[in-house]
Write a protein of this length. Sequence first.
Length: 274
Amino acid sequence: MQFGVSAFITDEGISPADLGRALEERGFDALFVAEHTHIPASRETPYPMGGDLPRIYYRTLDPFVALTAAAAATERLLVATGIALVVERDPITTAKEVASLDLVSGGRFLFGVGAGWNREEMRNHGTDPATRGALMDERIRAMRAIWTEEAAEFHGTHVDFDPIYSWPKPVQRPHPPIYVGGESERAIARVAEYGGGWLPRGGTENLDALVPEVRDRAGWRVPVSVYGAPRDQSVIESYAAADVDRTLFLLPTQGRDDTLRVLDELAELAARLR
């Protein structure tokens, strides 16, 4: 099993370049970063974890900017969105950002995607929460066309454009792996459709049964990375027993010195579990 971290990169925490270097030096293989373009001042949609929405949600850096900084400061570290809110993103612009980051990182980008939970946030981007799943599916298919075709076009209900030229094309072929976040029936179906990987959350029940189900439905051995895993040796051992490929520890957003101390602790735990 590989070990990485999932994190909210903000203006109040460690810089992405420093974090990337620290992860690579300690043997972690991947950095997954969260995305929120903004948080509406009205708090209508309940925070899924309960209670007040943490401060970090309001202050996240753009994930592609943060990951570019991390990639430029490292040589082997995989850089990933965890997750990119595709329902809030223009597909043509996002396809360009994904391909550009894959190029400048030397093919080290993983594209974690999801439909999101904050309905007010989606509406500010012109997205109807009721149809966000269908919108995400079309945007993913449109981006795949842009990455793999010289003159790409797409005609759907939510996305529609005539033939376009867009470079660069991704280094990874046919494109960076698309990791689907979530544990719903539709999320599991998307894993098979997108053909990249699965990104369930730490605390997901019956993971030992869900992992083989995801792989059976996809028809191949889908890579699985558990997002936001706790620092609990017995839980991580259960992931290994479930044939999970990567554990992503949830890294608290702190200053440089405090972050390095936590990473040292996580590296020791990972070493015991390898």
